[in-house]
Design a protein around this ligand. Sequence first.
Ligand SMILES: Cc1cc2nc3c(=O)[nH]c(=O)nc-3n(C[C@H](O)[C@H](O)[C@H](O)COP(=O)(O)OP(=O)(O)OC[C@H]3O[C@@H](n4cnc5c(N)ncnc54)[C@H](O)[C@@H]3O)c2cc1C
Length: 409
Amino acid sequence: MSNKPGIQEFDAPGLGSLWHTEERAALLNAVRKLSYGAVRTAAEELDHQEAEIPDELIGKLADLGLFGIMIAKEYGGLGLGVFEYCLASEELARSWMSVGSIIARGQGLGTQVKDQETHNKLMQRSAEGDWIGAIALSEPQAGSDLASVETEAVREGKNWILTGEKKWCGNALSADFIQVLARTKGEDDELVALLVRKERGVFPKGVTGTSIDKIGYHGIISWNLTFDHVVVSADDELTSFYAPAENEEPHTSGGAFHAVQHGLNIARVQTAARAVGLARAAVEDTTVYLQTRHQFGHPIGDFQALRFELATMAAEVEQARAFYRQVAHDLDAGESVERETGMVKLLASEMAVRVTNQAMQLHGGNGYSRDYSVERYWRDARLTTIFEGTSEIQRRTISNRILPRSPLE
Ligand SMILES: Cc1cc2nc3c(=O)[nH]c(=O)nc-3n(C[C@H](O)[C@H](O)[C@H](O)COP(=O)(O)OP(=O)(O)OC[C@H]3O[C@@H](n4cnc5c(N)ncnc54)[C@H](O)[C@@H]3O)c2cc1C
């Protein structure tokens, strides 16, 4: 029999007077209901099996419009911003971080082709959750230093020929497309973003993959991929690696690296929101545990040492939430927030590692068992300081905007 606390309504955070709108409150409530219901049930059943997020759950996310939160209404999206995207991401990550991540594979990703008609169709599919992608940036020798990617794109007539190795590509097999960052060879030596179309559940011709045996972040399988002379139509060269913000001009060909940077700003604040979701889960489960576990004739929540620890954890979560909401708002307002997205990603992810670690401590031996969910929160939180730019890279981004650039770089 499981010792886990039952799924119950916690005193979950609201929007606060500063951020409240009817639309946001409705979105928050709908996503929360799904999160504490189907998402949490799926996580508890499937994470230990290292299985992928089931299609049925993907369908439920799509029904709520969560793949198109940031897509304009004219394409069938919700027409909302980074703020609402982060709000939904925190809610989903509270129950399973991978589900908070999978919605990032819609949002207009893989739609920025030059042909307007094709672009419009792909945007509609993205909003519907029928155009869910995988992102292939990292390589065996290029992680933090993405400018050094070596996967080659060679132009042959009307096609690009793609050859090289990618590492860590999440959702590659189940995706509708893989968006690949590659280097052109020849006179120009620049980075291009190419759209490799595929069917869900199979790799396209010339692509082979091996799954990576990782310790957490289950629900999304991560792949090492080999591209062997994969033919990509020149029409599928993307003008931007990510969908541009509504107030932004699309990036032109050759500017793919800058577009990656823009997309990473959104990804970083969304990662902060996911980290807050995980840490909040740890606080909520610990709140229940302190009241149900008895030692020395008392609920352990009567002991001041543990009460104070929980208080610190809860305060840290609130602080990180306030910060990510502010940065998301500023991103939506079109402000230049590269420093702040680095800061919020750094602080929220480091906070999530601390808080989930402490939640495990407060669960005692049970925290180290798979009968409770805190071990999953801890494993998943550990990733948030590594992906979407490590903590060190965030510190680099921040310090480069405070000090003159170091001659060592
Ligand atoms: C579970 C998981 C899922 C992922 N999903 C994807 C995905 O879907 N698509 C994708 O493209 N990538 C993905 N990644 C890759 C991820 O983005 C990289 O792991 C990350 O950017 C770090 O790169 P690296 O692992 O090569 O580490 P490295 O860059 O080799 O870094 C090693 C260490 O050196 C430090 N370091 C490096 N450069 C500097 C510097 N200049 N100053 C100070 N310290 C430095 C780093 O912070 C780190 O501590 C995923 C990774 C994981 C673990």
